[in-house]
Design a protein around this ligand. Sequence first.
Ligand code: A3P
Length: 283
Amino acid sequence: MVGEPANFQAWDTDLILATLPRSGTLWLKSLSFATINRTRYPTSSKEHPLLTTSPHDLVPFLEFKHLYGSNSFPDFTKFQSPRVLAVHVPYHSLAESIKNTPNCKIVYLCRNPKDNFISIWQFQNRLKAAKNVNDPEPLPIEEALDLFCHGVSLYGPFWDHLLGYWKESLEKPEKVLFLKYEDMMKDPKPHLKRLAEFSGYPFSLEEENEGVLDEILGLSSFDLLKNLDVNKDGITGFNVQNKIFFRKGEVGDWKNHLTPLMAERVDRLIEEKLHGSGLVFSN
Ligand code: A3P
């Protein structure tokens, strides 16, 4: 059920977005879709697809067969190039064709561990409540943190997921672009430019002067995405309302949930796991 279709064949024009859940996937999907398709869909258009459709539908996951109505993967060969597709799987589990197709590029977005943990924990509790499962009691944060620190997370331990893509981005910078949510939140434009250049769709000076970057950031803004009015019946296959994916969209919300001892535990663990890799988080 999880994992790309075994016969998935990457194209040289593909852009694959890789993230851990709750690390800004929807934001990255929206920024990438708007950037790469800006000739087909002008960013100033009142009919831009992002104004009416969830980025989860515009940039489908290569995994989760159950998300698609027929419980089988769509025929990705019918998609128009350039294809923008998404995965949550770790680097080592990616289809070989994604790794080996020379110009198929990968953008990885990660988030600082404490905020990512809080966002996942909150999301799981919100999902439980929304889906009316038999046991709607929220998972106590202590229990959730214990699991996280023991590497029991969706798609494997947090640190392994990051390190897999991080190492590839160092070895093959033309293949894997590694971004951090916090950096993008602080100063989104330079990162949007990097994303565009890396993907092979750099902004011209004229576009910059015309405000295309601002338009893309606007189309991808938290408020706009959260208030999309199209998914009353739920996004394809997820069976939940669009709003559930959006909570605060802030950096440092962990401070409202973790005790100093809990925060120190995560900091020490992550420091140890990432030691020597050159990958660091400051908050
Ligand atoms: P919080 O739970 O901290 O609010 P994903 O898309 O991978 O599920 O990530 C969800 C997280 O990204 C949530 O974080 C959500 O609020 C935040 N987010 C969603 N859209 C965003 C946007 N346009 N800009 C910034 N953050 C966004």
